[in-house]
Design a binder for this molecule. Structure first.
Ligand code: XMP
Length: 319
């Protein structure tokens, strides 16, 4: 019988069998999948689990504080917050190709994990929030059955010389199952039912070269969009929504002055499987409110566009 409780009991047993008394390191991204793994492993092996939350400078506003509050303060999970913003932004300097950016971000994640694991001493296991669709997608990519559209850095991107064995308890589960497990494990509803956020984060939502200035502006705009989506009840009517930073300048007016600032695009989609998606028909009043708030409160933005592209032929992310 499929109940969240049964699945959790089964996974707990399997995790204990796999890791014994070994130490496990988990990269906690704040996304649904790694959050559920954290809660599950905390239940299964308690203090044998250490999470590393990497602040790569490509997170949404307040994301780091929220993750620390949920896991470290409320649940008593051991979480190390690795401040790696400078490292990531340094490595991304001068790189504008989307796949190249994904690779750099993926490798830098591994580098930071490895460094933390070494500091912890005797960590033999690396846990990951890989879920069934990730497995299928990367298997298809490996056998050449599917065109590799985007490389998902949490599968198959690990260096061969990595000393740790993988623990991937969600490998056989679909997203809705992972969410039900998350709720049953006591994670906050908003965390479990949040939209997916790509591993490379704002790195693929800042088109072209990533800069701190752009990330800071994008974080503010994204926070306004999210807040208005929640307030209007639209957050859960769409399946993914975000703001994209376009490194393009556009003219605007403020009072008597002219300003020449950046452009952002709002993206919201309705989708079941993320393989196809329709742009969300958000109410004009909502788009208007978001646009006004963004332009009026964020100095670096002079224009807001709304993305009316569906997938295919467009992808959900812009990169
Ligand atoms: P696309 O843009 O391919 O996105 O239509 C489909 C879904 O996948 C997410 N996505 C990613 N997730 N690493 C991830 O972990 C990535 O590199 C990546 N690229 C896209 C995207 O946010 C959407 O939910």
């Amino acid at each position: 019988l499929w109940t969240a409780e049964n699945i959790i009991d089964d996974l707990v047993v399997r995790v204990r069998e796999q890791v014994g008394s070994g130490k496990v390191l988990l990269g906690l991204s704040g996304g649904v999948d790694s959050s559920v793994v954290a809660a599950l492993l905390h239940k299964a092996i308690g203090d044998q689990l250490t999470c590393v939350f990497v602040d790569n400078g490509l997170l949404r506003k307040n994301e780091g504080d929220q993750v620390m509050a949920t896991f470290a303060q409320n649940m008593g999970v051991k979480v190390i917050r690795a401040d790696a913003e400078d490292l990531f932004l340094g490595k991304l300097k001068g790189i504008s190709d989307p796949e190249e950016k994904r690779k750099v971000i993926g490798h830098t994640f591994i580098e930071v994990f490895d460094a933390e694991a070494t500091k912890l001493k005797d960590v033999h296991f690396l846990a990951q929030g890989t879920i069934y669709p990730d497995v299928i997608e990367s298997a298809a990519a490996k056998t050449g059955k599917a065109h590799v559209i985007k490389s998902h850095h949490n599968v198959g991107g690990l260096p061969d010389d990595m000393a740790m064995e993988l623990v991937e308890p969600l490998r056989e589960l679909f997203k809705d199952e992972v969410r039900r497990i998350g709720v049953a494990l006591g994670l906050p509803h908003d965390m479990v039912y949040r939209h997916p956020f790509p591993g490379p984060g704002l790195g693929v939502r800042i088109l072209g070269e990533v800069k701190k200035e752009y990330a800071d502006i994008l974080r503010e705009a994204d926070a306004i969009f999210m807040e208005e989506l929640y307030k209007s009840g639209w957050y859960h009517k769409v399946n993914q929504a975000f703001v994209v930073f376009l490194p393009v300048k556009s003219v605007g007016v403020v009072g008597d002055g002219r300003r020449y600032e950046w452009v952002v695009a709002l993206r919201a989609v309705e989708t079941i499987d993320f393989m196809t998606a329709r742009w969300a028909h958000l109410p004009y009043e909502l788009i208007e409110r978001v646009s006004n708030r963004i332009i009026n409160s964020i100095e670096g933005i002079s224009r807001v566009a709304y993305d009316v592209s569906s997938k295919p032929p467009a992808t959900i992310e812009w990169e």
